[in-house]
Ligand binder design. Structure first.
Ligand SMILES: [Zn+2]
Length: 325
């Protein structure tokens, strides 16, 4: 259902009447019906009297840049620019949960669609470069100031033929000296680890950062904070060095450590342990190269890691196979 504010703004645009006049009409309608209908209900009746089809307003599509956190019943379209691999995790009740993210862009911004458990099937049916139409979804703020899309039972998500002129860089490999903003993969070695705290705490409801000692969210009050992992490292591919940021699953995967291990030891111990586990290791890092807001230099936000050894082995196998053929 539309809220009364949404109905009013829709009626204002379509009828040319002032908001005040419309409110009067709605009040009059309510009075006529002896107060048996809500303000929204009366507004729908007024719309009908004025010959305005309110339900059509549901077809409004938002530009991603105009989507604010905590919006409900939003429609949007976007081209898939990234799909993360399936990750599993232990839920509080002991069962196994899974998650995959689809990142879409419409040229005005990017939004992440986290898919949980059964929803992850959706990611198998789509590929990078395809355009998705999302209807009746909600939005919320992610921990890093971006927009996350929330799917409801009544939400719909489908592939459409329409194209959106967004350039999708299909994670082509790049050398650090040639790095530029966008989605890329870099084959490099981890040569250093920044001294930043590897565990941070967020509100389970709105995902904003919280201080673990206070456990109070500015939006939601007293909460039980979620623990998250972050590793910031320096990678080197022989042509240059770059800052690489690993959040959550990426941090877990690259270090082979989990948040449980890190949160109960001292900061120094945690950094030491991380260094022991990752320094000198070589991987194929896939992710988004972006300008760091504070340092103004380029950094790679890693969303996928591939083991070089496994990769080289499979390349070797392919080479051998092609020799045989
Ligand atoms: Zn909160």
């Amino acid at each position: 259902m539309l809220s009364i504010e949404e109905i009013l703004s829709e009626l204002e645009t379509k009828s040319g009447k002032s908001k005040k006049d419309l409110q009067k009409l709605i009040k009059k309608k309510q009075d006529e019906l002896s107060g048996l209908v809500s303000e929204e209900g009366a507004a729908h009746l007024v719309a009908r009297d004025l010959g305005i089809d309110l339900l059509k307003s549901n077809e409004k599509f938002y530009s991603i840049k105009d989507i604010k956190p905590e919006m409900k019943r939003v429609n949007l379209k976007g081209k898939i620019v990234s799909i993360t691999p399936l990750r599993t995790f232990a839920k509080k009740d002991g069962s196994e949960g899974s998650v995959r993210n689809i990142i879409i862009s419409d040229g005005t911004g990017e939004a992440k669609i986290p898919l949980w458990d059964k929803q992850t099937d959706i990611a198998d049916q789509v590929s990078i470069g395809e355009v998705l139409e999302l209807k009746n979804v909600a939005s919320k703020q992610s921990a890093f100031g971006n927009i996350d899309i929330v799917l409801y039972r009544t939400s719909s998500i489908k592939k459409i033929e329409e194209d959106i002129p967004v350039q999708v860089k299909k994670t082509t490999e790049i050398k650090i000296k040639d790095a530029t903003e966008g989605y890329f993969q870099i084959k490099a070695m981890i040569v250093d680890v920044f001294n930043t705290p590897p565990v941070f705490y967020t509100c389970p409801k709105c995902k904003s950062k919280v201080d673990k000692d206070i456990s109070v969210c500015q939006n939601d009050g007293k909460i039980e904070p979620e623990t998250n992992m972050i590793i910031t490292a320096v990678i080197d591919d022989g042509t240059g060095t770059m800052r690489a940021v690993f959040f959550r699953d990426a941090a877990k995967e690259v270090s082979d450590l989990d948040v449980k291990t890190l949160k109960d030891i001292t900061h120094e111990e945690a950094i030491k342990l991380i260094k022991e586990n990752i320094l000198g290791k070589e991987f194929l890092f896939k992710g988004k190269i972006q300008k760091n807001k504070i340092f103004e230099n380029l950094e790679l936000v890693v969303n996928q890691i591939e083991d070089i050894d496994v990769l080289e082995q499979s390349e070797k196998i392919i080479e051998e196979l092609s020799k045989d053929g």
